[in-house]
Design a protein around this ligand. Structure first.
Ligand SMILES: NC(=O)c1ccc[n+]([C@@H]2O[C@H](COP(=O)([O-])OP(=O)(O)OC[C@H]3O[C@@H](n4cnc5c(N)ncnc54)[C@H](OP(=O)(O)O)[C@@H]3O)[C@@H](O)[C@H]2O)c1
Length: 258
């Protein structure tokens, strides 16, 4: 019997969509702490799915809506108490889209969105970094979006938060590289998740296929993205840091019809 415990990967939003795709690939090497906000049925389903696929992985779910630093402190305490060790991989993936034109929207909605995507990612990263520093190993993945650089109407605060996440990633990577800690951001295009289900349906209804929008002609899958994240989090990913990795099937390259 192997008595050496595997390191823990904390994936916020790890019970759905992209977070679950990351969890699935990380389960090969890591025990998993997956956080979610409200959908307990979906979280339980994700838990059973992962345990069936990877019986050797210890997997726990934590219901903890994340909006401010104290929520992050509480999540970290819950995770370390439950696993009796601190996470050495952090995937900041939790968050929702709430589109709305800037002029007519409620300013509080913008503040909340920036807290949820940017401030929570920064706070949780700072909390987790201390043990990564001590262990001289760590992997931080921040989920951005092509919307950071590829403007879409109605996404001012989302783009602002994601752009800041990319800037945060670059600068932090520089500060912690000497301790064996890498920090990367992923900028997905359209990935097939519960969040984008309706959007994909409406594009298909309007244009019949996704070719008019995405050069490879389809949305990406959370599993494909998860495999890429798992590589960045592996020992082989040690030389890749401070980058934003576009993962969009060519969507941000230009007009596929041109
Ligand atoms: N899907 C795309 O095409 C796409 C493209 C670019 C970027 N992204 C980014 O990728 C990330 C994940 O998106 P997704 O499509 O996988 O979404 P999703 O399927 O809706 O999953 C979101 C996950 O995050 C959790 N969550 C949401 N808000 C939270 C909060 N305030 N506190 C704690 N947990 C919260 C959800 O919990 P509950 O299920 O309990 O609500 C769920 O587990 C987001 O940061 C998004 O901006 C997605």
């Amino acid at each position: 019997m192997n008595l050496v415990k595997r390191p823990v990967a904390l994936v916020t939003g790890g019970t759905s969509g992209i977070g679950l795709g990351c969890a699935l690939s990380l389960a090969r090497d890591y025990d998993l702490a997956l956080s979610f906000a409200q959908n307990e049925i979906k979280a339980q389903k994700a838990l059973h799915y992962l345990k069936d696929r990877y019986p050797e992985a210890e997997v726990e779910i934590f219901q903890r809506p994340l909006f401010r630093k104290t929520d992050c402190d509480d999540l970290f305490d819950d995770v370390t108490q439950s696993f009796q060790r601190e996470p050495l991989v952090l995937v900041n993936c939790a968050g929702r889209i709430r589109d709305g034109l800037f002029l007519t929207s409620d300013f509080e909605d913008h503040v909340n969105l920036i807290n949820e995507h940017l401030i929570v990612s920064m706070a949780l990263t700072q909390i987790c970094l201390k043990s990564m520093y001590r262990k001289r190993f760590g992997r931080v993945i921040n989920m951005s979006s092509i919307s950071a650089n590829y403007a879409k109407r109605g996404q001012t605060s989302y783009a602002a938060a994601k752009g800041a996440i990319e800037a945060f990633t670059r600068t932090l990577a520089l500060e912690v590289a000497h301790r064996g800690i890498t920090v990367n951001a992923i900028a997905p295009g359209l990935i097939e998740t519960p969040m984008t289900e309706k959007l994909i349906e409406s594009i298909k209804t309007k244009h019949k296929t996704l070719h008019s929008r995405i050069p490879v002609g389809r949305a990406g899958t959370p599993e494909e993205l998860g495999e890429f994240v798992a590589f960045l989090c592996s020992a082989n990913g040690a030389y890749i840091t401070g980058a934003t990795h576009i993962f969009d099937g060519g969507r941000s390259l230009g007009d596929p019809a041109s």
